[in-house]
Design a protein around this ligand. Structure first.
Ligand SMILES: Nc1ncnc2c1ncn2[C@@H]1O[C@H](COP(=O)(O)OP(=O)(O)OP(=O)(O)O)[C@@H](O)[C@H]1O
Ligand SMILES: [Mg+2]
Length: 294
């Protein structure tokens, strides 16, 4: 493994496919992004990937967060824990993209864009879905990803702090002001995509970890999001609720959809069933393209 290779195939699983047939649609690109950190992007990306794999779909994943590599660590943990337990769980073809080390910003952007485009073109020929997990903040790789999204998934914790990245909000009057930093960022990416002839981005904002918020705030954030969704063009869907299990699964690289296959944990608990149900509801709400011929 080269330390600073811009591209690295981390968990190249034995391909779940031999390659897509000629004439089939290019891959559907799902980008999980939010400039806010710690909102559940990587956890959401993992659950989307594993759900699709379990539906028999051909999925590649790309980790763009060189600062943490959380999604990549999920898959390393998954590989290690399943090997130890002697079981087999589905894995995507997984890649990471490092930021360029070029001296000038312009050269770095060219290098990143070239690698990014090559990788997406290649994966697009072989997979049905490409899921990209973005870092928080405003980085060029994240911009590139957003402007290639067919579906953009933005997990948002139900709090005014997170809402603030989408729109200005007057806490006294409850009035929603103009779009703020992340909404502007998505707007720019939408424009770039449109000028490159791409189809419109289906932007889905997921309300995550709802139980954290008290009922009054929940209603106010909900009303603010509804008002904003019409103005700046996104759909609102239920995300994952606050559950300790989502944190506990990380060291094992498991999702809610795998826990029953893992030895030593016992059968499914009521809370597991509820969590699996919310994962399924989230995926259904994304309204992803069905399998060819389905
Ligand atoms: N629904 C949830 N319930 C409980 N814990 C959660 C939930 N979603 C995420 N977490 C935990 O919150 C932390 C942050 O989640 P995650 O890494 O998915 O967020 P992120 O947006 O990818 O963060 P970053 O911006 O740092 O990449 C992790 O410890 C994760 O296990
Ligand atoms: Mg992350």
């Amino acid at each position: 493994m080269h330390d600073r290779e811009p591209l690295e195939n981390l968990t190249r699983a034995e391909p779940s496919v031999d390659g897509r047939q000629a004439g089939r649609q290019p891959a559907h690109v799902i980008v999980v992004g939010n400039q806010k950190g710690g909102v559940g992007k990587s956890t959401t990306a993992l659950h989307i990937i594993v759900t699709l794999l379990r539906q028999g779909r051909q999925v590649a994943s790309v980790d763009l967060d060189a600062h943490q590599w959380s999604l990549s660590r999920y898959f390393s943990n998954r590989t290690a824990s399943t090997a130890k337990a002697g079981i087999k769980l589905p894995l995507p073809e997984h890649w990471r993209i490092w930021p360029s080390l070029a001296d000038s910003r312009q050269a770095a952007e060219i290098e990143e864009r070239t690698y990014f485009q090559q990788l997406l073109d290649d994966l697009s020929r072989r997979c049905e879905f490409i899921v990209l997990d973005c870092a928080g903040g405003d980085q060029y790789l994240s911009r590139l990803a957003h402007s290639h999204a067919d579906t953009l998934v933005t997990p948002l914790n139900d709090s005014f702090i997170d809402f603030d990245l989408l729109a200005r909000f007057d806490g006294q009057s409850g009035v929603v002001g103009g779009p703020s930093v992340y909404a502007e960022f998505v707007w720019e990416c939408r424009k770039q995509r449109a000028s490159a002839g791409g189809k419109a981005i289906d932007w889905v904002v997921l309300r995550n970890r709802l139980s954290h918020t008290d009922a009054h705030d929940k209603r106010r954030v909900g009303a603010g999001l509804t008002a904003l969704s019409k103005r700046i063009g996104f759909r609102i869907a239920p995300g994952l609720s606050e559950r300790v299990i989502y944190r506990e699964l990380f060291p094992h690289g498991l999702t809610m959809l795998d826990v029953h296959e893992f030895p030593g944990r016992g059968g499914l608990r009521m809370s597991d069933l509820a969590a699996r149900q919310e994962v399924r509801a989230m995926i259904t709400a994304l309204a992803l393209p069905p399998a060819d011929g389905a």
